[in-house]
Ligand binder design. Structure first.
Ligand code: PLP
Length: 387
């Protein structure tokens, strides 16, 4: 088995989550919309999960809607709010380093006449309240700023940004996919109107997530059909997924303090070990970053996908942090947004540690990285010809 160090990409399903799911694959397989007992059992279980998810997030059960994951949640909020508000205006503010679930969606909406302002983060991935304040226009209908970045792990000051939005009466959405289950997330303390989350980032199953929505009657549906989720999100609910997601989030919160302390120690060990290698720099905010999240720029290589492959050969799963296609020498839009040049923005390295990683894993990964780096720098230096 490889040593898995790519927890920002996805995580293994926890035993508790699996156990919570199994009954709904086996005996309790009813459709929650069905009126007979088998259906109502599933429905009751699902509503209990809604209340438990709400409690985990400081929300009300009526504010939680189940979706198929982070991408759908982001699409729903962006498209829904803009449609609901089109009489007021057609201007949205986001940042230049959101996940593509936000950026590509807004790009598509621009083709239909939406105007988008993309706030530029500073080198560490921070956006200031003043930047946001200055970008708001009378026709701004939505602000969408992520809670934690998925390439460099910076945790943004969403409470400060949401305060600005509220004072200007503009709805505020946060993509909290990387944050939920890893740092405390309370929707009231954040002061947001909408929040997206995804179960597979916190040891829940893939293909299930949720939207927190403070004012559900202001959010028209993305998916229409059978009228599930109070007519706001049609489609038979993923009951096993919802059960697994709920169990995983409760487990993550119950263990958060201990896990965070451990992950911070491992993170420090990894970061100081990697930075001891020549020509490597930390990316993102050195202070306000997700626990276990280690991200770097590597000088002297053609593209970090070669480094990722060499690490794979040595039994470690790490990431380049960009949609990596060495053939196109793709740069990460996130690293570009942070101000790195095109070559360096293709040389990101992301190592995201999780609960099962040990000090020994970290030390072995550092040895493997030293070897991999030497090889890639020799064989694939910057400007190397493609094979
Ligand atoms: N938003 C962020 C910040 C993410 O990191 C991801 C997944 O990598 C998504 C959205 C998409 O979530 P999902 O994989 O559940 O569609």
């Amino acid at each position: 088995m490889p040593v898995y160090m790519d927890h920002a990409a996805t995580t293994a399903l926890s035993e508790k989550a699996l156990e919570a799911m199994l009954p709904f694959f086996r005996e309790e397989y009813g459709n929650p919309s069905a009126v007979y007992d088998l259906g109502q059992t599933a429905k009751n279980a699902m509503e209990k999960c809604r209340a438990r998810m709400a409690a985990c997030l400081g929300a009300l059960p009526t504010e939680i809607f189940f979706t198929s994951g982070g991408t759908e949640s982001d699409n729903w909020v962006l498209r829904g709010v803009c449609r609901a508000k089109r009489q007021k205006g057609r201007h949205v503010i986001t940042t230049a380093f959101e996940h593509n679930a936000v950026l590509r969606t807004l790009e598509q909406m621009e083709q239909d006449g939406l105007e988008v302002t993309r706030l530029e983060p500073d080198r560490q991935g921070r956006i200031t309240a003043l930047q946001l304040e200055e970008a708001i226009r009378p026709d701004t209908v939505l602000i969408s700023v992520m809670l934690a970045n998925n390439v460099v792990g910076t945790v943004l000051d969403v409470p400060a940004l949401a305060r600005v939005a509220r004072s200007r009466r503009v709805p505020f959405h946060t993509d909290a996919v990387q944050a939920v289950g890893h740092i405390p997330v309370d929707v009231r303390k954040l002061g947001v109107d909408f929040l997206s989350l995804s179960a597979h980032k916190f040891n829940g199953p893939k293909g299930v997530g949720a939207v927190y929505c403070r004012l559900p009657n202001r959010l028209p549906p993305l998916l229409t059909g059978g009228g599930q989720e109070k007519e706001l999100r049609s489609g038979t609910e993923n009951v096993p997924g919802i059960a697994g997601m709920t169990a995983a989030l409760e487990e993550a919160l119950a263990e958060m303090d201990g896990r965070t302390a451990r992950l911070r120690r491992l993170q420090e060990r990894m970061i100081s070990g990697v930075l001891a290698l020549p020509g490597i720099h930390l990316t993102g905010d050195p202070e306000n970053r997700l626990p276990g999240f280690c991200s770097f720029i590597v000088e002297g290589i053609f593209h970090s996908v070669y480094l990722v492959n060499e690490m794979n050969e040595r039994g470690f799963c790490v990431s380049s942090g960009s949609a990596c296609s060495a053939a196109s020498r793709a740069s990460s839009h996130v690293l570009l947004a942070l101000g790195y040049d095109k070559a360096l923005a293709g040389a990101g390295l992301r190592i995201t540690l999780g609960a099962e990683n040990t000090e020994r894993d970290v030390d072995r990964a550092l040895t493997a990285l030293r070897e991999a780096l030497e090889k890639v720098r020799k064989e694939k230096p910057p400007g190397a010809f493609l094979p």
